[in-house]
Ligand binder design. Sequence first.
Ligand SMILES: Cc1ncc(COP(=O)(O)O)c(C=O)c1O
Length: 393
Amino acid sequence: MTPPLPRTDFPVTERWTYLNHAGVAPLPRPAVEAMAGYAGRVAAGGSLTVEGHGARAEEVRATAAGLMGVARTDVAFVKNTTEGLGFVANGLTWRPGDRVVVPDFEFPSTLYPWLALRELGVVVDLVAPRGRGGCLPVEAFAEVMAAGPPPKVVATSWVQFGRGWRTDLAGLATVCHDAGALLCADVIQGLGVVPADLAAWGVDFAMADAHKWLLGPEGIGVLYVAADRLDLLRPLEAGWASVAHREQWDNRELIYHDDARRLEGGSHNAAGIHAMGASLDLLTGAGMEAVWGHVERLCDRACTGLAEEAGATVLSDRSPGGRSGIVTFRLDGLDAATMHRELGDQGIVCSPRGGGIRIAPHGYNTTEEIDHLVAAVGQLAGGTGGSAAGTAR
Ligand SMILES: Cc1ncc(COP(=O)(O)O)c(C=O)c1O
């Protein structure tokens, strides 16, 4: 099985079996070159290079929009996922008693911006995940939504960071809109590995940083705001770049851009945008369907091998609609911190998360690397006497 992303573009493969794309991605060579190229141009020309950057930023915005399945004009650059979430949570207008519904088991940044609204009198109700896979089916949201007044916002990650459950955003958007609620989706754990069609699914707001599945650097991300929701958000960082009359330095009016650029107050993270652009080009060059198909096969192989050959218990839900690029597993009798250290000693990069070890392969990983993981876990299991095997549905 030839990986859709060229391994030669990933220097990390020279040393590591790198399975940590749900953590921090290794920068591919084209991204490194794009960042260095930008730095070299600014070193040589300073302000003379600014126009070139602006043109490239618009290309990268369009590519990111294509990956999300949204219009270019509905995408703003942000510094990370958390900033995107903050722009939505704090840009909306709140009244005491307004209600937000959020999953209970979430990455802190997906939860805290909403909890912070409690000081304004906003009520935050939590949705409990179901079963061993930490599943959050649409019915689980619908039940919590129906248990109180219609919420103003339902906020969730698309793919949960711990065990990788993937929420059906299209189904959830329908339930939200029927109840008059807005859907805000943190898509960092899905975008770049699972094909996305956010506008068609009806998502109102979505955000992701580049440093995971998008294969870019940390500190540059994208925020999608559906065009008909833009006026609901008060721009939190009004500045020279957020207005329609930018570069009219003595214009004292405040007329915002009529698109998502109004959320970008000042200068771009230009080095980050150049690097992210190269990474996005790599992904779109391979095609998201090919990348996703490859990652699904690697994850399937990992689940079978870990359960049947290594005696591990797979904690992630692997049903077709709920699976993602994340697989989390554990071994009876061995804590995740020890396993993480031992696997690291075998050259395998992964994370202790979700009550076990989380792996997250991407489009350049190979079956041989998954076999390396399975063999290493099997050895660890041998040391513990092994355990009962199984895959959570
Ligand atoms: C679901 C989720 N949201 C957000 C983040 C990171 O947020 P940021 O891009 O602000 O660093 C992570 C990182 O692990 C995550 O898993």
